[in-house]
Design a protein around this ligand. Structure first.
Ligand SMILES: Cc1cc2nc3c(=O)[nH]c(=O)nc-3n(C[C@H](O)[C@H](O)[C@H](O)COP(=O)(O)OP(=O)(O)OC[C@H]3O[C@@H](n4cnc5c(N)ncnc54)[C@H](O)[C@@H]3O)c2cc1C
Length: 315
């Protein structure tokens, strides 16, 4: 447990594309920067092929994030690994408190905590995570070579996952409560796949298995009948939720729990800035998150300058 009373200029929470970029920009302003994160890389690590980050025709998410990390290491950024559970403002100082008891102080704070997978209430799901239940098709699909799997969801991530699995699994069952809502470009890909069967108007109610998942039970929403599919894997791809809980009592969130930001990444409380997928900025992409991280750092710097308490600067 670390109760550090050093007053940092800026605390950045989150080590994904937004947080890492913010760290470089803030450090280049000679601010005293503390980066608190649970991991380095964030969701970008799940992307096997990034084909839309400028400067690279194509790079894996892991390689891209390694490069981000190396760039941060060139600067004076203090990095601690912990999960921030709350942020408060006390006597003009922002205090972060982590689940392990860590406590840190800053004049300004940038929240860049991204998103995490939405989950379901189906019975047995938590018990079988990592033993057949997965929230990341990109990461875990190769484990299901020649096996039968279920993909739950009807948006872009579910359809992309189902498509990816058609070339790995023997049979892919796509389960969704309502009509598929993915973009046509993705739907086109699965339309002719011979090993996809769709269960539209069904919900996943239970997964079973002792040591590993062996079946998924579905309920037909129109007549309440049930279907049991003998499968080895269930991929939950029903979207993402923002990691904004730690500031829910501090700044304004929208109805989707995203942090409401202005064009300069400021939030409803002066001194709190936010960047990337956790915010109301609509496009959830690495390049957008990185750009927003840069903006948030510059805005935090301007805020600290105005407060007149920053260290000497250079650019
Ligand atoms: C499977 C998949 C494939 C994708 N492919 C692409 C692609 O090809 N191209 C593209 O541009 N985008 C892609 N994306 C989207 C892209 O990854 C995200 O838009 C981007 O990573 C968002 O960056 P971020 O920094 O805002 O958040 P994240 O990447 O979510 O990073 C958040 C960081 O905050 C940390 N964190 C969270 N909560 C806390 C807490 N309480 N305390 C401390 N730290 C915390 C996390 O550990 C993480 O380091 C993909 C996403 C997924 C899921």
């Amino acid at each position: 447990m670390d109760k550090d009373t050093t007053l940092h200029d800026v605390i950045i929470v989150g080590g994904g594309p937004a947080g890492l970029t913010a760290a470089v920009y803030a450090a280049r302003k000679m601010l005293k920067v503390l980066l608190i994160t649970q991991n380095i890389g964030g969701q970008a690590l799940y992307s096997l092929d990034v084909e839309n980050y400028m400067g690279y025709q194509f790079i894996s998410g892991q390689d891209l994030m390694d490069r981000f990390e190396k760039q941060v290491e060139k600067y004076n950024v203090k990095n601690v690994f912990s999960e921030v559970k709350s942020v408060t403002k006390e006597n003009e100082v922002f205090i972060t408190r982590s689940t392990n008891g860590d406590e840190y102080h800053g004049k300004a704070i940038i929240i860049a905590t991204g998103k995490k997978s939405r989950t379901l209430n189906a019975k047995g799901l938590d018990r079988l995570i990592g033993r057949g239940v997965s929230y990341c098709a990109t990461c875990d699909a190769p484990l299901f070579m020649g096996l039968d799997v279920v993909v739950v969801g009807g948006g872009n991530s579910a359809i992309t996952a189902a498509y990816e699995l058609t070339s790995i699994a023997r049979q892919v069952y796509l389960v969704n409560r309502g009509p598929l809502k993915a973009d046509e470009i993705y739907l086109e890909k699965i339309r002719d796949a011979p090993n996809i069967k769709c269960f539209i108007g069904y919900e996943l109610v239970e997964v079973t298995g002792e040591d590993a998942l062996d079946a998924a039970a579905l309920r037909n929403l129109s007549d309440d009948s049930s279907v049991v599919l003998p499968v080895a894997g269930v991929f939950i791809e029903i979207g993402l939720i923002p990691n904004s809980d730690m500031v829910k009592d501090l700044v304004l969130l929208n109805k989707n729990d995203e942090i409401v930001v202005s064009y300069d990444c400021s939030t409803s409380l002066p001194g709190v800035f936010a960047a990337g997928d956790v915010t109301t900025v609509p496009e959830k992409q690495i390049i957008v998150a990185a750009g927003e991280g840069a903006k948030a750092a510059i805005s935090a710097y301007k805020y600290i300058l105005k407060e007149g308490e920053h260290a000497e600067t250079s650019y």
